[in-house]
Design a binder for this molecule. Sequence first.
Ligand SMILES: Cc1ncc(COP(=O)(O)O)c(C=O)c1O
Length: 419
Amino acid sequence: MGEARVDPDNRATTRSQALYQRARSVIPKGVYGHYGPAIGEDSPVFFESSSGAHFTDIDGNTYVDWMCAYGPMILGYNHPVVDEAAARQMEAGNTVSLAAPVLVDLAEKLVDMVEGADWALFGKNGADSTTLAVMVARAATGRRYVVKVDGGYHGSAAWMQAPGNPGTISADHELVLTVPWNDVAALQQILDEHGDDVACFISSPYHHPVLADNELPAEGYWPAVEGMCRKAGVVIVADDVRAGFRINLAGSHVEYGFQPDMVCFGKALANGHPIAALVGTNELRQAAGDTFYTGTQFFNAAPMAAALATLQELEKIDGARLITNIGTRLCAGLVDVASSHGHDLRSTGVPGMPYFRIAGEGGFRFHARWIAECVRRGAYLLSYHNNFVSAAHSDTDLKATWDIADQAFTSLSSTELGS
Ligand SMILES: Cc1ncc(COP(=O)(O)O)c(C=O)c1O
């Protein structure tokens, strides 16, 4: 795959845009769900190929990809070790009338790797693991309410969506209570009012909403939450679907000093192969076994083999630390480039999943224009969502991205400053 650099003056997206128009006649919205909002008049929409930290769109433009498929790509696209493990399992069998031995190998690996995990169950998407976690918490406690953080995302099932979203009804949200992030007092108030009917508190380990600065836990936040939930008999569910394996291979909770009762994984677990996992403690083993939650594809063996290979590879290369280092350099370099043009670029969240925002003049509009200019030059970033760093991003990718960022600022300086 060629170098990720695109000439903005000769870049075409005509094939992508034409196919998008075709898509719109047979697929509602054309490209939907979380892939939809990224599409603008000038966007690449469809890929032709991918390799390492790059993808090439169907117009032949190659990008360094800082979205990593919204998280799943952690070792690089088409990773030979992972894909070979999946292919080998595929040859032996993928979806068969019996479970494959790799089911047990993978569960053992997660129990071994993840701090506090005594068992594992598998599904396909992150929402499978968050849904199952809530069901297990309810089965274990006999309680009804779920407490979540305002703006926290746990998937697209009706109860997880914002009230009023099309297709949801008020009953979907009746048993979901929300608290602001980092607000121990608000959580205590809810536990005081509803404590004996609260099954679980579900939250990502740090707060990564869209269109807002991402926020790390305040000093002492998680230990305080843990203490309050233990006292009230409320199950703690860490939703590590997005951040999992980019902060700490033993679970992001280790970094923030608390022990959840269950941890949800998805996204990066198999470097893009479809599988999610829920792990939990012995106290919840009985409830987890009693809870019926399954799907036709849940026993696909090839994604399990891919997940096992991904975890082994991440351990081998000390993946979370490597990604954190690359992300730290990415952020520092972009902040420096911005500063050299007189802009205050803020990078929030963790280095492996940075959320960028240009503070001050021009606000979000200027920021979005700058990101669009980066995309036009071959650095695929998103303006309104956290970006993702992988172990496959090289020094060359970093340098290319800083150069692109620099040129993007230059291109905007005459037209946008002060607008
Ligand atoms: C924190 C978190 N939890 C759960 C999910 C849902 O995962 P999926 O889209 O695979 O169902 C997501 C997806 O973005 C997520 O970021």
